[in-house]
Design a protein around this ligand. Sequence first.
Ligand code: ATP
Ligand code: MG
Length: 297
Amino acid sequence: MKETLLEVKNLTKSYKTGKTRLTAVNNVSFTLARGETLGVVGESGCGKTTLGRTVLGLLKADSGQVMFCGEDVTNKKRHPHRSDMQIIFQDPYNSVDPYYTVEKIILEAVQDKDKVDELLDKVGLSKDEKYKYPHELSGGQLQRAGIARAIGMHPKFMVCDEPVSALDVSYQSKIITLLEDLQQEEGIAYLFISHDLAVVRHIADRIAIMYRGKIVELADTDTIIDHPVHPYTHFLLSAVPAPFSEQEEYPVISGRQPNEQGCVFAYRCPFADDLCFHTEVPLQERSENHSAACLKY
Ligand SMILES: Nc1ncnc2c1ncn2[C@@H]1O[C@H](COP(=O)(O)OP(=O)(O)OP(=O)(O)O)[C@@H](O)[C@H]1O
Ligand SMILES: [Mg+2]
């Protein structure tokens, strides 16, 4: 049994806009071992970024707990493990100062200029690149600079928030391979966020499937792929698109919001019956290391 690095317990985060409150992360719990990769997969708007940022303390949780290296770091901006927890972002151009050269971007993490060259080498950028500004680099090159800045802190844990989805398909696997190599060398644990199960299955040890703020299934990657339980996981795995695209309105029965009561997926689920709409559906263990939140399966 590997040592637990991160433990997230019943984490909830909501946003208030006008009179409405949206629970973007709803009672989410998971653990992450040292050097392990947990993939978080779900469609746009299901709460992946909110989860990652709340775990890091960049957003304030409504309730729940984040334990890191055995210490409670919930909602703490400053704590002894701050630099051990890093993030790389979906859009590399939006995550760096456009007026900073690559060298200056990386110097945010390390004070020593010699270290910059070392890090550039590590992420596969040439030394010529360090005097360039973000707009002079490709998305992939800039993402490498962002990765260099993050690993310059020697983190134990990194949230990778859709790190390849803004990149060319031909470049995606190169960045994934880089992240895998860095994990091998440095023993970093990843929370790897993506809407694309095909990307995540290659890098993740375990996968959490998220729907409307909740984890609906959590298991080893092979189990999720070969023996999925939750109907939503089936949808993600099948080539057939889910009955409603993410842009479309969700059907709402008798004015209730889909996640107010009952199963969060019931409104899209072909197997849902009355019970599914009205009963709280917890994430329950089905077999060893395999949990799902479904009353039917
Ligand atoms: N600052 C905010 N204020 C209000 N609502 C927000 C805010 N940020 C996110 N939300 C809402 O919270 C929900 C979850 O958003 P989040 O960005 O975490 O989703 P996501 O899974 O990362 O989506 P994507 O795949 O598009 O990045 C969405 O419904 C979104 O509209
Ligand atoms: Mg996001």
